[in-house]
Design a protein around this ligand. Structure first.
Ligand SMILES: Nc1nc2c(ncn2[C@@H]2O[C@H](COP(=O)(O)OP(=O)(O)O)[C@@H](O)[C@H]2O)c(=O)[nH]1
Ligand SMILES: [Mg+2]
Length: 300
């Protein structure tokens, strides 16, 4: 996206910003956004916002149209990437500690997006911050998933609550919450089986888990490399169970950068963390300015 935007800005020859000249910029801008996996509705929103800002008197007073366009784009992206609510995980844990209740976090998303690894990373992050956690192996569906979480639990040094394959995911999660309450463990991290809309039974199982344990935070986990379907996945989980935040993984391998912007726009929920690799410390806070730095040219 950075390259295409840079060459678009370089090609701009307009001397003055008005309705007509702005339109000439907005059309190719929209194409570039969409080619880089920004959802159409999000691209429309960005273009509308850029266009409004450029028509604004304040902007017109400044000098070069190119830098005005870049600035308008930068602030439009920033507006989209900063949803109204934010979540400070560490202070949330503190709140629950005071209430003497475990903070219950459940993770949802399709197969292979990094749910299980995110739980391991989060357990590691919490431990580094002197916060205890327990993993709930509620992916009782996919072969190998319980062992996978067990191995992570061992490496991170966190207890895991599990049953056998095919057992009730909600019951496993409920056990983990009871365990945490009894032992004074701060956080419960619930792994779940990946599912698509077509897996009606698995989605119903997830809704049951939601009813039984009533997680305090429901996290949508997505893969930045999924491209355009990332938004429809986020919308699906949001409509079926309601999500509070997202974790977007594999940002280390994403070159286009548009999907993340669209997820924030579509869900209006904060991105809690981004995954930037396969190591336990490859979980980073989501910083809108950094995302923008990755997709926009620094100057023209
Ligand atoms: N490069 C990279 N790989 C990741 C990241 N997060 C997860 N993975 C890999 O993606 C694959 C699927 O992860 P897993 O946690 O099993 O996904 P799940 O099916 O959603 O539980 C594994 O090979 C992970 O190591 C990330 O942020 N960056
Ligand atoms: Mg998994």
């Amino acid at each position: 996206m950075k390259k295409s935007l840079s060459s678009l800005l370089k090609k701009i020859t307009i001397a003055e910003l008005n309705q007509k000249t702005i339109k000439k910029v907005i059309h190719p801008l929209k194409d570039i956004l969409i080619q880089n996996e920004v959802a159409v509705v999000t691209a429309d929103k960005i273009c509308e916002s850029v266009s409004d800002k450029l028509l604004n008197v304040e902007y017109k007073r400044m000098s070069s149209p190119k830098s005005l366009i870049l600035e308008a784009l930068r602030s439009s992206l920033l507006e989209i990437l900063q949803p109204e609510e934010t979540i400070n995980l560490l202070s949330l844990v503190e709140e629950y500690r005071k209430k003497k209740q475990p903070l219950v976090i459940a993770f949802f998303g399709i197969n292979g997006v990094g749910k299980t690894l995110s739980i391991a990373k989060l357990g590691y992050y919490l431990k580094k911050n002197d916060i205890s956690s327990v993993f709930a192996a509620s992916d009782t569906f996919r072969a190998g998933s319980i062992q996978q979480l067990e191995q992570h639990a061992k490496k991170v040094g966190v207890k895991i609550i599990s049953q056998t394959y095919g057992s009730d995911a909600a019951a496993v999660a409920f056990d983990a919450v009871s365990h945490a309450s009894a032992k004074g463990i701060d956080v419960v991290l619930i792994d779940t089986a990946g599912r698509m809309e077509t897996n009606k039974n698995l989605m119903a199982e997830l809704q049951k888990l939601d009813r039984v344990v009533e997680p305090d935070l429901k996290i949508f986990v997505g893969d930045a490399l999924t491209g355009n379907s990332l938004v429809s996945q986020a919308e699906l989980f949001n409509s079926k169970i309601g999500i509070d935040a997202s974790i977007i993984n594999k940002m280390d391998a994403d070159v286009k950068g548009g999907a993340t912007i669209s997820v924030v726009h579509a869900t209006r929920k904060p991105i809690l963390f981004i995954g930037v690799g396969q190591k336990y410390n490859d979980l980073k806070p989501f910083i809108p300015e950094q995302i923008i730095k990755n997709v926009l040219p620094d100057k023209i």
